[in-house]
Structure formats: C-alpha cells, structure tokens
Ligand binder design. Structure first.
Ligand SMILES: Nc1ncnc2c1ncn2[C@@H]1O[C@H](COP(=O)(O)OP(=O)(O)OP(=O)(O)O)[C@@H](O)[C@H]1O
Ligand SMILES: [Mg+2]
Length: 265
C-alpha cells in the first residue's frame, strides 16, 4: 500500500509549496489515475509518492508518505528502490547513460538489486517480451525514437519487479499499440498485488485501467473518487483535463437533444 498523509512539499531553495495537504491511499492491486493540467503538481506528486523527494531530491516535506506502513523519510535510496519503482516523465532522465545496449540497460536494475545472473537474464527477457521490444535488445539506448525510449524506460523498471510502481505519463510518446501494451503490463503488475499510481493526460487509458482517479489543481486534490464518476464529471474540463471519449460523446449527444437508440426508457 502507498499512502500520503496530509502531504505538503517545497522544492529545495523555493518558498512556494508545490503540493498542499494531499492525502491519498492506494491499496494492494489498485491502479489510481492522476490527472491535472500542466504544472498542477503531477510529477512532483510522483516524486513524493515514490519517496525520491525528499530522500534524493531534497526539499521540505510535511505530513507523511508511507510504503507498506514504513515512512519513506527514514529510508535510504537503495531501500526505497526495492519497495517502489518510478517511471519518469522523460525517458532520457531515466536512461543510465552507462550501457551500450537496450538489453544491458534493462538488466541494470536487477543487477543493482544484486540478483543472480540467471534471474537477471530471465527478468530482462520477460520485460522486453512483455512490451514487445525484444527486437531492440542490441540497439544503443541513446539512439531510439521517443516511443522506443519510453518503452525501454518502462521495461527497465518492470525488470526490477517493484512491489509498487509510480508512473509519470508513461505513454506520452506512445502510439495506440504501445499504449495498449503498457496498459496490459500495468494490469498484470496490479494483479500481483502492487499498488500503482499513474499520472496521465490520456483519460481513455485511465478509464480502462483505474479503479480511482485523483485530479490535482494547483498542488491540491480537487477531485478524488471512483474512476467512473470522476472521469464522467464535466467539472474535469475546468481543471484542464479532457474527459474520455465515451463521456464527451455522451455529453455532446445529450446537449444536442438527441436520444441514442437503447437510451429510450
Ligand atoms: N525541480 C524543481 N524545482 C523547483 N520547482 C519545480 C521543480 N520541478 C517542478 N517545479 C514546479 O512545481 C510545479 C508543479 O510542477 P510539476 O512538474 O509537478 O507539474 P505537472 O503537473 O507534472 O506538469 P506537466 O503536466 O507539465 O508535466 C510547477 O510550478 C513547477 O514550476
Ligand atoms: Mg509532469
């Protein structure tokens, strides 16, 4: 379980709070979607929920973030890494820069966890296979397309089999097929009991994946509820979030005074 308890956060050297009084709990096997306009604090919340801020990034945190009951503030970076994974918004931020092939890049996490070679190789193949990028195994990770780099970044986190996972716009650069594969991988991970937080502008994906959706506005929680209710709420548009196509179309049909066949009582 991932829990944020009345969390406020300031980046190092800044007086302004970027997150204010955010409370959130993600249970085992649950996928929670995080939406909000640019600069609403989604990436910051991802850093805080994964413990990277303040443990590695610094800054000032008030309130408490807990992973399976343990406060992140007291953990060291390697202890965090074995409890929760973070997929960054920009895959280039995540790329290690020290590997020559995609295979080595994806294997790096398991190697750093100290896993035996056979298990490292097995997990690396599994992660590449899950995202259908085996064909990239021998490529230079620095010379990939944006979408390929994003899939490699996700594979390198999946290979660590983190008990919990935070993903910051994991499909921003992906085509519909890549987006679908990532969605399936996340559902599989949730099926193993992981708690997942997914920041995304693609609400159609969240509509398929999530049990709950949280909307941020200016670093505060503006909406939090069952995905089916939050994603259907026209108030989302005021928060800079486009609703899933099925809700927008239903709204436009109703506004035009049309009655769809099957909707007649
Ligand atoms: N490293 C940093 N130092 C100081 N301020 C930062 C830092 N990173 C982000 N901010 C500020 O925090 C606020 C929230 O930014 P954040 O990146 O969390 O938003 P976001 O919702 O992820 O936006 P986007 O949709 O553009 O990715 C912004 O005002 C931003 O300027
Ligand atoms: Mg962001």
């Amino acid at each position: 379980m991932l829990e944020l308890d009345a969390v406020s956060y300031r980046y190092p050297g800044y007086a302004r709070q970027v997150l204010a009084d955010v409370s959130l709990a993600i249970g085992s096997g649950e996928i929670v979607g995080l939406v909000g306009r640019n600069e609403s604090g989604k990436s910051t919340l991802c850093l805080v929920a994964s413990g990277l801020a303040p443990v590695s990034v610094g800054g000032v945190l008030a309130g408490e973030v807990r992973i399976d009951g343990t406060a992140t503030a007291g953990l060291r970076p390697f202890e965090l890494a074995s409890r929760v994974g973070l997929v960054f918004q920009n895959p280039n931020t995540q790329r290690s820069g020290v590997t020559a092939t995609v295979f080595e890049e994806v294997a790096l996490g398991p190697v750093n966890l100290g896993l035996p070679v056979a298990e490292t190789v097995e997990r690396t193949h599994w992660a590449l296979r899950t995202l259908r990028i085996e064909a990239l195994a021998d490529r230079d990770p620095a010379r990939l397309s944006g979408g390929q780099a994003q899939l490699v970044a996700i594979a390198s986190i999946l290979a660590m089999r983190p008990p919990h996972l935070v993903l910051d716009e994991p499909t921003a650069q992906l085509d519909p097929e890549g987006t679908r594969l990532v969605g399936e991988a996340l559902q599989a991970l949730a099926g193993t009991g992981a708690a997942l937080l997914v920041a995304e502008h693609k609400t159609d994906l969240l509509d398929r994946l999530c049990s709950r959706v949280v909307a941020l506005d200016g670093g505060r929680v503006a909406m939090d509820g069952p995905a089916a209710i939050v994603l259907a709420d026209p108030a989302l548009e005021q928060l800079g979030v486009e609703r899933p196509a099925r809700h927008r179309i239903a709204g436009e049909v109703a506004a035009a005074g049309l009655v769809l066949p099957g909707a007649i009582a």
